[in-house]
Design a protein around this ligand. Structure first.
Ligand SMILES: [Zn+2]
Length: 422
C-alpha cells in the first residue's frame, strides 16, 4: 500500500454509497485499493490525515483547447465573428510549437490546481501538447482538429499529424493518454473530409469529437445547405456507424438530434459558461438527460471562459437550468457532480474512472473544507457544488501519483513557465 488517507469525508460517486464519513482510502500503484470506514490492516508507505478535508473523484473536463490559455482576456465582450477573425485567428497564426508547449504546461498547472485530473482536447501543434501531458502526469484524450479545406485528404498536414499523434501517443502510459479523432465542425469541413476522419476513428476504436450546433447561425446554415441539422447530417453521412461521438456545445440541437446521439451511445460536452460568454445560447440539457443522452461538463478554451475552474461550470450547470426551466429540481447537486466526473469518464471511453471505488484508477482530489465559505456543512455534496471553488483543492492525484499538493506542483516548474510566458 502506497498511500492511506484517514479521517476523510469521501464523495465516492458510487451507486451504493455515494458518501462516507470518517473513512479510509488506500492507494496502491495506479489504483484505489480500499475505500471504507474500517482501517485496513496493511501499513502504508505514507499516511495522510484528511481531517477537515473532502476527498472526491478528479474532475473530467471534456472539451478544451488548452493552448488557448495564452489568449486569456485577449478579447472579451464582442461579437463571435469579430472575436474570431480580428483576435483569435490572427493570434493563432503567430503560435509556435514552443509557445504551445509552455501554454500547455500553464493550462495543465491551472487544471491540476483546481481539481481537473483528465481532459479532452482538440487543437493543433499536438506534439507539443502531448509532450506537456506526458511529462506532467495528467490524464487526457488528445486530438488533432481536422478542418477540411478542399485539399486532397491524404495530402493534408493535419491528417498526417492526426495519424502521427495516434501512432506516438495512443494508450501511452497504460492509457493515461488516449488519442481521439476530431472533425472541427460541419461548417469548416466537407463531407469527404468528415467521412474519412470518422473512418479513421472507426478503424482504430477512437472517440470522435465534433463542435456541433454551437451557434444558431451554424445550425440554421446547415439546415439550409442540406435540409438537415448538423447532427442529422452526420448521421446521414454514416459518421457515427461504429464510432462513439463526443459532441461539443449542442446549444441548438433538436429532440430528434438527441435521439440520434443517445442511440449512438454518444455524449455531449456541455460548456455553459463559454456558451453564455459568446452569447451562443443555452444547450437544452434537461431534455437531453430525459432522453438518456450522456451529458458531460467542459470549460471550452480559456479565450471564451476565461479560466478552467470546473467548479464554476458545476455550479452554473446546477443553477442555469433551474432558471431556464423555472424548476429548482431541474438539475440536482449530485447530478451535476456526476456530469463532471463519471459521465465525463464515460465520454472519454474510460470505464474504470470517475469513482472512489476499489479497482478504479486513483484519480482523486482533496478539498480543504476548513474555510469560511464552506462552514457550516449541512450537506457535503451541496457545499461542493454550490459553495466550493477550484482554490479549495489542496491535493490532486492522477493514477496514484500526487501531482499537486499544498501549493506545490510536483511535475511542473511553474516559476519557469510563468517567467517564460510573462
Ligand atoms: Zn471548442
Amino acid at each position: 500500500m502506497d498511500i492511506l488517507f484517514k479521517n476523510a469525508r469521501v464523495i465516492t460517486m458510487d451507486e451504493a454509497t455515494s458518501y462516507l464519513e470518517n473513512a479510509y482510502v488506500a492507494v496502491s500503484g495506479r489504483k484505489i485499493e480500499y475505500v471504507g470506514t474500517c482501517r485496513p490492516e496493511k501499513t502504508p508507505k505514507r499516511e495522510i490525515d484528511a481531517r477537515g478535508k473532502v476527498i472526491m473523484p478528479g474532475i473530467v473536463n471534456t472539451h478544451t483547447h488548452i493552448p488557448m490559455t495564452l489568449f486569456r482576456g485577449l478579447s472579451d465582450d464582442c461579437e463571435l465573428q469579430v472575436w474570431l477573425t480580428q483576435y483569435i485567428w490572427p493570434a493563432e497564426d503567430k503560435l509556435t510549437s514552443d509557445r504551445v508547449r509552455l501554454a500547455s504546461e500553464l493550462a495543465i498547472a491551472e487544471m491540476l490546481r483546481s481539481g481537473t485530473t483528465s481532459f479532452s482536447d482538440s487543437y493543433f501543434f499536438v506534439d507539443a501538447i502531448a509532450d506537456a501531458v506526458k511529462s506532467s502526469g495528467i490524464r487526457a484524450n488528445l486530438s488533432r482538429s481536422i478542418v477540411g479545406s478542399g485539399e486532397e485528404y491524404e495530402e493534408m498536414a493535419s491528417v498526417s499529424e492526426m495519424k502521427e499523434l495516434y501512432k506516438n501517443y495512443h494508450m501511452f502510459d497504460d492509457g493515461r493518454i488516449k488519442v481521439d479523432a476530431s472533425i472541427h465542425a460541419e461548417y469548416t469541413s466537407e463531407t469527404e473530409c468528415r467521412i474519412k476522419t470518422a473512418a479513421f476513428a472507426r478503424e482504430n476504436g477512437l472517440v470522435l469529437q465534433i463542435h456541433t450546433s454551437e451557434t444558431k447561425k451554424e445550425h440554421n446554415d446547415c439546415i439550409e445547405k442540406y435540409g438537415r441539422t448538423p447532427t442529422a447530417q452526420f448521421e446521414k453521412e454514416g459518421l457515427f456507424d461504429g464510432v462513439t461521438p463526443l459532441l461539443a456545445h449542442c446549444c441548438h440541437i433538436t429532440e430528434d438530434d438527441m435521439e440520434i446521439i443517445r442511440n449512438r451511445g454518444g455524449s455531449v460536452a456541455h460548456c455553459p459558461y463559454s456558451n453564455l460568454k459568446l452569447a451562443s445560447g443555452v444547450a437544452p440539457v434537461p431534455a437531453m438527460m430525459k432522453k438518456g443522452v450522456n451529458v458531460t461538463l467542459a470549460t471550452d478554451g480559456v479565450a471564451s471562459n476565461n479560466n478552467t475552474d470546473m467548479f464554476e461550470e458545476i455550479k452554473l450547470f446546477a443553477t442555469l437550468h433551474k432558471g431556464i426551466c423555472g424548476d429548482p429540481t431541474a438539475i440536482g447537486a449530485l447530478k451535476a457532480l456526476r456530469a463532471a466526473t463519471l459521465n465525463g469518464a464515460a465520454a472519454q471511453g474510460r470505464s474504470n474512472l470517475g469513482r472512489i471505488k476499489k479497482g478504479f484508477e486513483a484519480d482523486m482530489i482533496m478539498l480543504d473544507f476548513d474555510r469560511p465559505h464552506l462552514i457550516p456543512c449541512h450537506n457535503t455534496i451541496s457545499n461542493v457544488v454550490y459553495s466550493a471553488n477550484g482554490s479549495d483543492v489542496v491535493m490532486t492525484m492522477v493514477g496514484g501519483k500526487i501531482l499537486y499538493e499544498d501549493g506545490e506542483f510536483k511535475t511542473i516548474d511553474i516559476e519557469r513557465v510563468k517567467s517564460l510566458l510573462a
